[in-house]
Design a protein around this ligand. Structure first.
Ligand code: AMP
Length: 542
């Protein structure tokens, strides 16, 4: 017997409709690329999103077509989130920190049709414009007064002109909730980047779960400032959660330094923020140096890489800001676990409690997890035994876009590549990363790309690129190199060899020359061994 409840597809447009009807006066505040502060309400956001949906249709975008963005966190990007997905097209958030060659590869793979970009990224767009195969229109996200002239982009369109010419009458279409809504590429350990293709259903379910009190804890009484970029896994879902609960939203644009962020936290009375540890380091340094504090901020969600306990101590003990340590992945939309304490952990004293908070936390409902050994058998939850972390649930990928890399699942579970233990209370702690990619300031650097370049140097016999700890960026690439017999090669010569071949910030920070690199049974370099040996190399050298 079926239940007798209404059937309504879970659609992203409904989040915006809800925000407009029930929180119409709530504000969305953005620091713009131009440097000024822009304010609008959810009512205006909804109206402009409808105009944009008409404009996007006018550009020939149809159901399922990919629309790319190269943009910071701001209201125009938010309008694209709703207008593109709400129309049934797919929003593809490109990462502007990638090398132009990678941007071209990803845009071609996604078959993007139109590219919207913030003015900051004009040089990048100019560098890729005549190379991308499928993009037929470029739109600068600005008004007429700030429109650039570019000989490389003769038909460049102006965002505000498009909106002004479009009607604000638009009925959000209804369709199957399993329809694709947005696309975000992740760099794997091997080969090319792979796309995680989210659906309306996965996004809305993820939003419900992420907003819960024991997860990101979002409410209409909050003012949320997502520092995590909207080009990185939909800013951890916060642009959707804010509409769901009716929270005030504050977008920092490109200004992510400690001073700019602190001004915005105080000026807009921000209560919750979210970002990777690197950003918070800059903020804490600024706050400490200037003897400042936080008058309204009460929680900060830290994830993307492990949050150092010293950072938690500073936020909590000195500034009365609770740190919520969270773990997730692009493939998980991204929220997997959040370290919200249970009553038993709340009773613990300072250092013991900090020990729990340093863990990545408990799974939110919707994410089932387990740890397995090399033989695939499940391991006990004793807080000690480590194994590969496997997850499953309705907002976790089933396969990558265009089936890149084949079926990623093992018996229906997604292998995360992270090594973790889980304690008796269900708190998961990442102990290692099976992947060899390097995470600098929250952004991946592909070690294999760097090794391939190094190996292309005539004096190099073997090169391994590993993540070394870094005071500012958490991790930076360190090259471990074996020279060819009799060959001469200096650190400077090898680093100069990288120039022009990769984005500048991907350049390894240092090179160490060794006699041999340890190899495993299948002939693969044992990078774990190297990581142990050279983990502190950059800290010691600093
Ligand atoms: P991404 O897909 O770029 O979001 O990266 C996901 C990866 O970041 C995970 O597989 C982890 O290796 C790492 N990661 C995310 N959050 C944390 C965290 N809180 N602690 C340690 N590693 C993390």
């Amino acid at each position: 017997m079926n239940g007798l409840m209404q059937q309504q597809p879970l659609l992203i447009s409904n989040l915006l409709i809800h925000a407009e009807r029930h929180h119409g006066e709530q504000e969305v505040v953005s620091r713009r690329v131009e440097g000024d502060i822009h304010r609008q309400t959810y009512r205006e956001l909804a109206r402009r999103s409808r105009r944009l949906a008409n404009a996007v249709a006018g550009l020939g975008i149809g159901f399922g077509d990919r629309v790319a963005t190269l943009a910071w966190n701001g209201y125009r990007h938010m309008e694209l989130y709703y207008a593109v997905s709400g129309s049934g097209a797919v929003l593809h958030t490109l990462n502007p920190r990638l090398h132009p060659d990678q941007v071209v590869w990803i845009a071609d793979h996604a078959e993007d049709q139109v590219l919207f970009f913030d003015l900051t990224f004009l040089p990048l767009v100019e560098a890729v414009a005549d190379r991308v195969k499928t993009i037929k229109a470029f739109v600068a996200m600005t008004d007429r007064a700030h429109m650039p002239t570019s000989s490389k982009l003769p038909g460049l369109l102006c965002y505000e002109d498009l909106l002004a010419a479009a009607s604000d009458q638009f009925s959000w279409p209804s369709f199957d909730e399993n329809t694709a809504s947005s696309l975000c590429y992740t760099s794997g350990t091997t080969g090319n980047p792979k796309g995680a293709l989210y659906s309306h259903r996965s996004t809305v379910l993820h939003t419900y779960a992420a907003a819960l009190p024991d997860a990101l804890n979002c409410s209409a009484r909050d003012t949320i400032l997502p520092v995590v970029p909207m080009f990185h896994v939909n800013a951890w879902g916060l642009p959707y959660a804010a509409c769901m609960v009716g929270a005030k939203l504050v977008f920092p644009g490109p200004f992510l330094d400690g001073k700019s962020l602190h001004e915005l936290f105080e000026g807009e009375r921000v209560t919750v923020s979210a970002g990777v540890p690197t950003v918070w380091q800059g903020l804490l340094t600024h706050v400490e140096a200037n003897n400042l504090g936080f008058s309204t901020m009460r929680r900060t969600i830290i994830g993307g890489s492990a949050c150092p306990p010293a950072m938690m101590r500073a936020f909590q003990d000195r500034y009365d800001v609770t740190v919520l340590h969270a773990w997730g992945m692009t493939e998980l939309s991204p929220v997997g676990t959040v370290c919200t304490l249970k009553p038993r952990q709340l009773e613990l004293n300072g250092e013991q409690r900090l020990g729990v908070q340093a863990k990545q936390g408990r799974s939110v409902f919707g994410v089932d997890m387990k740890i397995v050994g090399d033989d695939g058998a499940e391991l006990p939850w004793d807080g000690k035994t480590s194994g590969e972390l496997m997850v499953r649930g309705p907002w976790i990928i089933a396969s990558y876009f265009k089936n890149a890399g084949g079926d990623p699942l093992v018996d229906g579970w997604f292998p995360t590549g992270d090594v973790a233990n889980i304690d008796t209370d269900g708190f998961m702690q990442i102990t290692d990363r099976a992947k060899d990619v390097i995470k600098s300031g929250g952004e991946w650097i592909g070690s294999i790309d760097l090794e391939n370049i190094a190996m292309a140097h005539p004096a190099v016999a073997m090169a391994a690129c590993i993540a070394a700890k870094h005071a500012k960026w958490d991790e930076r690439p360190l090259l471990v190199v074996v020279r060819k017999p009799g060959a001469e090669l200096t650190r400077q010569e090898l680093l100069a060899f990288f120039e022009g071949k990769i984005a500048k910030w991907w350049t390894p920070d240092d090179v160490v020359f060794v006699d041999a690199i340890p190899l495993g049974a299948t002939g693969k370099m044992l990078k774990n061994r190297l990581r142990e040996q050279f983990a502190d190399h950059l800290l010691n050298a600093a």
